[in-house]
Design a protein around this ligand. Sequence first.
Ligand SMILES: *Cc1c(COP(=O)(O)O)cnc(C)c1O
Length: 416
Amino acid sequence: MAKMKSLVCRECGKEYPTKAIHVCEMCFGPLEVKYNYEEIKANISRKKIEEGPRSMWRYADLLPVEGQATVGPHAGLTPMVRAKNLGAYLGLDELYIKNDTVNHPTLSFKDRVVAVALTRARELGYETVACASTGNLANSVAAHAAAAGMRSYVFIPADLEAAKVLGNLIYKPNVVEVEGNYDDVNRLCSEIAGEHQWAFVNINIRPYYAEGSKTLAFEMVEQLGWRAPDHVVAPMASGSLLTKIWKGLNEMKKLGLINAVPTKVNGAQAEGCSPIATAYKQGRDFFKPVKPKTIAKSLAIGNPADGYYALKATGESGGAMDAVSDDDVVEGIKLLAQTEGIFAETAGGVTIGVLQKLVKQGAIKRQDVTVAYITGHGLKTQEAVIDAVGRPTRIQPSLVSFQNTFKMGKNGGGDA
Ligand SMILES: *Cc1c(COP(=O)(O)O)cnc(C)c1O
């Protein structure tokens, strides 16, 4: 028997073969991968995982591919940083940063999901891959497709950050800039997907793609010494990542890799696009779509495909959700950089801002083991902080100029 059993509708439970489909034809519910956990359990152990590849593929037993990782073999297994300085600042004894700013090859968590999606797309016989993206997904699809020798089309909104546009063009995919926001791009792509035999990673391949996010939970648990933390804080765009962290934690328990999941799963959004966090705060289990307006463009999805399931995951875990202003996003980026030396993109500022809020509210307590997911690199969103970091101190090329500027005597001492 294979480890993948079927695709199953998350609403009505109808099962389908593991092909490139994502919607139930009975009730239009989204499909997800169903595994043969009995078989996986007989095959998996902490030891086997620890001896596996130095990448997220050490968790291949729990990923929806049949063979080897043919695309993205180096993705994942990013550092788990014990954030002592930031923890002390916030009043947390045991805070960690899961640092996906250094993911391979495109410096965001999307390298995980794309490695899975493109490996599966190949298994299903596709030669052309495509995606609708808020930026990072396009970068990762373009890079992985280039390395895999696959044709690619990436669709992005026209107002994307310069580094994310360049971070597509350099790999020479077909970059399609759509005059509209992400939700417009995604709607268009759904139509295109109906007409062309392409693997759209976030449409017809979505059930496989989404599973890649589970590796953020798996690695975290292993890196904490095989224990699940008390809290995680994760940014939300479509809400998929948060949903899959919860699924991944519960799979580890089901397979006996950990005994308990005490983890509260907390969600973070920017106020300018917070349909999921707003629903949580108003006590609703459904969200109202919004028109995004925030500097956190990677999270700017006004009609989030997994919003409902993210609310469910946070609810089941006993976690919370919140949102922060764009000013707080910038402050969050600076705080993380200046305490831990990690330069995150705007999504990271959202996560740190909400983490800070949850600590202040008492939802996260001093002794709680807490992990913040930092999902993308700051050099990709320079526009967001360029006016908030000051300028270098300019001097003449002489010792006197340097010492006068920094008010030092001839024998050293003192900062400016
Ligand atoms: C895509 C993305 C997310 C969240 O994605 P989901 O759609 O919620 O799975 C978080 N951070 C960054 C940097 C991203 O690019």
